[in-house]
Design a protein around this ligand. Sequence first.
Ligand code: AMP
Ligand code: MN
Ligand code: MN
Ligand code: MN
Length: 285
Amino acid sequence: MQYDLHTHSTASDGTCSPSELVTLADANGVGCVALTDHDTIAGIEDARQTARLLAIQLVAGVEISVSWGSQTLHILGLNVDIDCEKLNAGLSKLRIFRDWRALEIARKLERAGIPETYAAVKKLSNGTLISRTHFAQHLINVEKAKNMQAVFKHFLVKGKPGYVEGDWASLEEAIEWINAAGGLAVIAHPARYRLSATRLRELMSTFKELGGTGLEVISGSHSDKENRSMAEYARRYDLAASMGSDFHGAHHPWRQIGKMSDLPENLFPVWKCKQWPVFAGSVSV
Ligand code: AMP
Ligand code: MN
Ligand code: MN
Ligand code: MN
């Protein structure tokens, strides 16, 4: 069974609709896919319908934005109950911050001589939530930058004209909301934060103490070396191991659905955890 437990649709900053995404997962030989949009579960119902038609396993997920000190982290919730009030109240608070932040980013870009970005990103986001990816896309469209890497580096990160500090959920809140929704909390792409070994150890142990369950060992945004290093951390901190492409669309050269290295065998996979969904007509292992 091929798993891909981290993907984005048009419900956040991906370019495929939830239904297209599930169809693509199926075509790529994935047997179990998690839809994990940023701070929203709005795409799950549509993804579920297509998954039923194609007889592919769909895990209801979300990627929650977290502020941990001055660091932004992403915590995945896998197999969450999308009707859980606590989770929905938490996510809607984050989306309110996102709306405010989008206006603030637009205001700052305007001061830097780039007008009318808010209307443009609102349109690009199709009325769903606005991510920095939408700002990046717009800045590329109006030829302020050549590509995604350049646009983030010159406009959207700390010290640059369109930067606004995150004020997301605390690590404790994110884990609480996920656990309340019966899900499994997983630290997304742990090697992407460029934390020192000391901070990384502190993150893993705090995360465990707060009730977190897993670590995304294999990520489309990790190098092979980082995958191996994160496998070591999962073993050392007794965290269940997850794997996901972090798919945002077919345009990306290597982050494609289901195209990842295998999970190392001596790890405990998230799909063997007690919180894992039981799918009709199949054994989950
Ligand atoms: P947000 O959650 O709105 O702050 O946006 C974060 C999203 O921007 C991430 O999920 C990525 O999809 C994207 N992103 C962040 N940094 C970069 C980068 N350097 N290059 C391309 N995309 C990025
Ligand atoms: Mn994203
Ligand atoms: Mn992420
Ligand atoms: Mn992601």
